[in-house]
Design a protein. Structure first.
Length: 296
């Protein structure tokens, strides 16, 4: 059997990567790691590596607690699932702590999963990597492919802000107010620029197109991902058979929060160039994009 396709799903943040991971995880042609986001290529800096390893250690404790609870309740399938996730994460941590000069340990961790047609590392932060690192990623396997999902810019921005608000909110703070305060700071004070950078489609796609060999990059509208024709296109690109998705709704969508009317026009104005650039350089915009572009 030929080497499996090695997929990097490099974002965008809050654009459907978790949904796609679930879909591929359940797909008969794929063997997905138990860790969705490996964070291998964005942690060569020692400080970033230490931070990521700390996050993985905390997750390991949670998984061990989950396993203990499952054992106490006699849920054998949950015990087995926790064991698989613990084993995969510990192996990945060893890779991050080891010698990364030739990337072979990472490649083995990702691809040594028996006979399969596709394996994947789905880390949205990879979209922020420089050309040199993207080229190094592409060289790891002759069957390497990249997918970049692009969601309506305003929807993606607001979803990212809400995720940030959930993570940062103190017990005395109101989630809705905190979300709108973050948007206000982005629009009026130029703060929290990393949220905008994760959705800077013109800059990210230009960098991906420079670094990735022709034919190995698919830029896809998130809004098309859950449609049969869009999902069929993705499966064809990945060289896997089409399979009906078990889940047809977004993953990790979070609680709905209303964006203040006074902030929406300024946000759309800020994002206007992203709408127009994508329309010119990627293709016809989905209806949701067209509606927001008209408002901009």
């Amino acid at each position: 059997m030929t080497d499996p396709t090695l997929l990097y799903c490099v974002g965008a943040t809050k654009a459907g990567t978790s949904w796609l991971y679930r879909y591929l995880h359940d797909h008969p042609d794929c063997a997905m790691p138990a860790v969705k986001e490996a964070h291998y290529w964005d942690t060569f800096d020692p400080d970033r590596a230490d931070k990521q390893l700390t996050a993985f250690r905390l997750r390991l404790r949670e998984l061990r607690d989950l396993k203990t609870d499952a054992q106490d309740a006699g849920r054998g399938w949950q015990v087995a699932n926790a064991d698989r996730r613990i084993t995969d994460m510990k192996a990945l941590m060893s890779v991050l702590e080891g010698d990364r000069a030739d990337d072979l340990a990472y490649g083995a961790w990702l691809t040594d999963r028996g006979e399969t047609r596709l394996v994947a590392d789905m880390t949205p932060n990879y979209a922020t990597l420089p050309d040199s690192m993207l080229k190094r990623m592409a060289r790891l396997s002759p069957n390497t492919k990249f997918v970049f999902l692009i969601r309506d810019p305003l929807d993606r921005l607001w979803s990212h802000i809400r995720m940030q608000a959930r993570r940062q909110r103190q017990s005395h703070e109101k989630y809705e107010k905190k979300s709108n305060n973050i948007l206000y700071r982005i629009l009026n004070r130029g703060q929290e620029t990393h949220i905008l950078e994760r959705g800077d489609y013109p800059a990210i796609i230009a960098r991906l197109r420079r670094a990735i060999p022709k034919g190995r990059l698919l830029v896809m509208f998130t809004e098309d991902l859950m449609r049969q024709d869009g999902l069929s296109q993705l499966c064809s690109f990945l060289d896997i058979s089409y399979a009906e998705p078990a889940v047809t709704t977004p993953v990790h969508s979070g609680p709905e929060v209303v964006m203040l009317d006074k902030l929406r026009p300024k946000a759309l104005k800020l994002l206007n160039e992203h709408y127009t650039w994508v329309a010119k350089n990627i293709g016809p915009l989905p209806q949701r994009w067209q509606d927001n572009l008209a408002r901009a």
